[in-house]
Structures are given as C-alpha cells and as structure tokens.
Design a protein around this ligand. Structure first.
Ligand code: NAP
Length: 207
C-alpha cells in the first residue's frame, strides 16, 4: 500500500521560507543556508542539471531514497510558480506532479516523464489522482507550508520527513496553524550528518 509522505527542509526555528520571499527572491532571505546541504548532493545536482560531482555520502543516500520512493508528487501553486521559473527543461521529478490551485490550466508535459496536472477540486481530489498513477510507490506532498498543513490537518499524511538545517530563518513557519488535537507523531528514524539532521515521524490521527 503506497504511503503519503511529506519531505521538506526546515530551519531550526521551524521555517520553510525566509523573509521577503518572492518569485525573484525564491524561498526568501536565508534560503541558500536552508538548502545548502541539498545543493552539494550528487543526486540533486544530477536531477537539477547543476553539473557533475557532488557528495555521495549519507545525505546523498537520503535524497536518493526520497526520489526513489516517490511515484507522484503534489504541490501548492506558490511552490510550482517558483519551480516553473527555475527547474530545467527536464524537471527533477520524472513522475506526475499535481498542482493544487484555483487556476484552470491544461496539463503541462515536460521532458523526462514529468507532467504537471492542475487540480481545481481540492486536496482530496489531488491525492486520489496521484494514487491512481503512482504505480505502487509513495505519494509525496512536496510543499509549500499551506498545502502541507491542509494535508496534515485533514489526517491524510502517513509520514513526515523534516531535514533540519542548522540555521535560523525568522520567516514562514511550517506548523503555524497545525491542529495539535488532530495530528500525533511517533519517531521512526533520526539521521544526522555534519550539515543536516533528518527526522522521520509516523503521523497518527489523534481523533
Ligand atoms: N523548505 C522546503 O523544503 C520547501 C518545499 C517546498 C516549498 N517551499 C517554499 O514554500 C513557499 C510556498 O509555500 P506556501 O505555503 O506559501 O504556498 P503553497 O502551499 O506552495 O501554495 C499555496 C497556494 O496553492 C493554492 N492552493 C492551496 N490549497 C488549495 C486548495 N485547497 N484549492 C485550490 N488552490 C489551493 C492557492 O493558490 P491559487 O489560489 O493561486 O491557486 C494557494 O495560495 C515557497 O517559498 C517555496 O520556496 C519550501
């Protein structure tokens, strides 16, 4: 049975985006510090066409596992808008991506097996459609905060994976608006390197 999981990078003060985020300023001030470890990893450099080389150690394996387990992704419109400007012609997903949005738009097929589908009927419909095409793999809720919170509060997430970077952002906090009565957590795994700490939680419904 495929799982629904969230995987995001987070600062130590719980932010997924720095202040002053915009289409030009991507994930806001300090965004580079939040994701510094990611850009050093071999699999990420390959998938984003950033060039050869890169670390091939435990953080790279962590990212490979995330890519390998993902059969379809779901994201919010703001995350998509930032990526639309920066992903290469062959986006890193190589699988269907469902963008939850109020905007009606035809599917956008890209090189390498990624097609962006624009879903106007809410998060449950996006998940239903992602499950249909994920080929038994897992469905990743990629972000941003708005979308992740909706899925968590609706009890639709099985696993929460946070890669916590040793930096403060004082920006947009992932869990502002979380329903603590609805979302329970159990620790599955903690992995640490000198650059980042990866936390995996099973998400349990509380009621
Ligand atoms: N740290 C990380 O790992 C990470 C990962 C991903 C993203 N990010 C960052 O997160 C930021 C974006 O996050 P965000 O929370 O601001 O936005 P978001 O979740 O990406 O997108 C929110 C938007 O999606 C659409 N939407 C959401 N739910 C909907 C629904 N139920 N029905 C219809 N439309 C819906 C709405 O846009 P419309 O009304 O315009 O359609 C809404 O304004 C970016 O800065 C990105 O860089 C960080």
């Amino acid at each position: 049975m495929s799982k629904v999981f969230v995987s995001m990078g987070m600062s130590l003060d719980g932010c997924i985006e720095g202040p002053n985020a915009s289409l030009e300023n991507m994930g806001g001030d300090g965004w580079g510090d939040l994701h510094a470890w990611v850009f050093q990893q071999r699999v990420f450099r390959q998938r984003l066409k950033l060039g050869e080389g890169g670390d091939a150690g435990p953080d790279n394996r962590f990212l490979e596992e995330i890519f390998d387990r993902t059969g379809a992704s779901i994201m919010g419109k703001r995350m998509f808008e930032a990526g639309e400007r920066s992903w290469p012609e062959e986006p890193p997903f190589h699988a269907p991506v469902f963008v939850v949005t109020h905007e009606a738009r035809a599917p956008w097929p890209r090189e390498g097996g990624t097609t962006f589908h624009f879903v106007n009927d809410g998060i449950e419909d996006a998940l239903r459609r992602a499950r249909e095409v994920c080929r038994g793999k897992d469905v990743r809720i990629s972000g941003g905060a708005n979308l992740v919170l909706q899925y968590l509060n609706a009890g639709l997430v099985d696993e929460l994976v946070l890669s916590v970077a040793p930096t403060f952002l004082a920006g947009k906090r992932l869990f502002d608006g979380i329903d603590p009565d609805a979302v329970g957590l159990e620790i599955i795994e903690v992995r640490a390197s000198s650059k980042v700490v990866h936390l995996r939680y099973a998400v349990k419904k509380r009621r």
